[in-house]
Design a protein around this ligand. Structure first.
Ligand SMILES: *Cc1c(COP(=O)(O)O)cnc(C)c1O
Length: 289
């Protein structure tokens, strides 16, 4: 794995900024999913648990990252997949890495503790890892994103789903008393992200959440987003995914365009990886190419 992840200067439509390329940590144990898993796997190891049990949707970046990481470190892993049986590129890779998949209907999927206890309650080696890697240990690894930066930035920009990554970054900003502001682009529709992050890290005076770049909600997107994704990728050589990083990048550029963010400030965008998420929308994207 490539750590610390590379730092790159990016110029797009005459605007320059830095990018932390967490997408380059590993092709499959990618981005913030590795940041989250690192200390989860350390905790599992400390408790002598060598069977990781986790949860995700059929196109979950977390499942693929977990499958690949477990294979690398010689751990057994099982995933509960939300919804009826399907086959796709992501799950195929998960299986190649040796992950066992258990499909569960949407109702049963909601109670993850019950699924874990019902199926692995007697397995002394089983270790529960929440959907998206949202265990408390995840915050430690996400803080390391900031600790790897060679200079102090005015603004850090990242995408948020559960807000765990954002809370970890904010934790590092607080801990090291940095003057940095964290700008979080929520990829979900709704106004709950700020409080969600606050639940994970109390001190939020250096946090700004932007809730109007969700493009219809989680895993929703429109042609405007796909067109932007294509343009950005073709002009910079840096691939984005439509679920997280394209929305965050679109938001970041828009915030600079409307002067909410100063493009002359020291700004760094965190590329949180997860590029295989693009296959979840391949039909819609292909229409535009
Ligand atoms: C999972 C994921 C996120 C969201 O991270 P949270 O910690 O859940 O907010 C952002 N970007 C990518 C690429 C992801 O895969």
């Amino acid at each position: 794995m490539q750590l610390p992840s590379p730092l790159q200067q990016v110029t797009y439509n005459n605007i320059s900024f830095d990018m932390k390329r967490d997408d380059m940590i590993d092709p499959f144990v990618s981005g913030n999913k590795w940041r989250k898993l690192k200390h989860i796997l350390i905790a599992a190891n400390r408790q002598n648990k060598n069977h990781i049990v986790t949860f995700g949707g059929a196109y979950s970046n977390h499942l693929l990252a977990t499958a690949a990481a477990c294979a690398k470190f010689g751990l057994k892993c099982t995933a509960f997949v939300r919804g009826e049986f399907v086959q796709n590129e992501m799950l195929m890779l998960c299986k190649l890495y040796g992950m066992e998949l258990i499909f569960v209907d949407r109702e049963s999927y909601k109670d993850k503790t019950a699924l874990f206890n019902g199926n692995f309650g007697n397995d002394q080696t089983a270790f529960f890892v929440n959907e998206g890697g949202a265990n408390t240990e995840a915050l430690l690894g996400c803080a390391e994103i900031v600790e790897e930066l060679p200079q102090v930035y005015d603004n850090i920009i990242c995408a948020a789903g559960t807000g765990t990554t954002a809370a970890g970054i904010l934790g590092a900003i607080t801990k090291h008393q940095l003057p940095t502001r964290l700008h979080v682009i929520s990829v979900l529709k709704g106004d709950f992200m700020y409080n969600g992050i606050k639940n994970l890290h109390q001190q939020t005076d250096q946090l700004t959440v932007h809730s109007n770049y969700h493009f219809g909600g989680y895993a929703k997107a429109d042609d405007k987003l796909f067109t932007f994704l294509k343009d950005f990728t073709a002009k910079t050589g840096i691939l984005l995914d439509p679920v997280y990083t394209a929305k965050a990048m679109y938001g970041f550029l828009d915030l600079m365009a409307n002067n909410t963010l100063n493009s002359e400030s020291k700004n760094i965008f965190i590329h949180t990886g997860g590029l295989f998420g693009i296959f979840g929308m391949k039909d819609k994207i292909q229409r535009l190419l």
